[in-house]
Design a protein around this ligand. Structure first.
Ligand code: DQA
Length: 141
């Protein structure tokens, strides 16, 4: 059975409360439930985590080596700043899909840079929560 690790960065725990016009009114718990349901349908195991701390994301990516077969990651604001997260994904070499709930390409200039993108097999942005499910499908192909 394939093992997928889903990682979420800062402020994604506030989904539903946080800027609902951009991120929707569904909660983080609802996102986790959708991902777990999709894992069952795909016949894979999944672990879903969220942290507000960059170093914790780096630790989790490193620890995924040998524990998981692929990573789905929404690094949130760290997308646009973190070389450390890019380096961690490159270091472990696990297939990784970058996900953003909003369409970052249509937002502020500072969101146009993604450091992690260079290490990812695919980037999915602007598909809402559904983007995570699409990313899981990519890892199962
Ligand atoms: C986000 C987009 C980022 O620019 C932002 O900082 C986030 C969420 C998204 O899912 O659309 O926190 O990654």
């Amino acid at each position: 059975m394939k093992r997928i690790l889903v990682l979420n960065g800062p402020n994604l725990n506030l989904l539903g409360i946080r800027e609902p016009g951009i991120y929707g009114s569904e909660s983080y718990a609802a996102l986790v439930a959708m991902i777990e349901e999709k894992a069952k349908a795909l016949g894979v195991s999944v672990e879903v985590r969220q942290t507000n701390h960059e170093g914790v994301l780096v630790d989790w990516i490193q620890e995924a080596l040998g524990q998981f077969d692929g990573i789905v990651i929404n690094p949130a604001a760290y997308t646009h700043t973190s070389v450390a997260i890019l380096d961690a994904v490159k270091a472990v070499g696990l297939p990784t899909v970058e996900v953003h709930i909003s369409d970052v390409s249509k937002r502020e200039d500072f969101r146009q840079v993604s450091y992690i993108r260079a290490a990812c097999v695919k980037t999915i942005a602007g598909h809402g929560f559904q983007g995570y499910l699409e990313a899981m499908e990519v890892l199962c192909k």
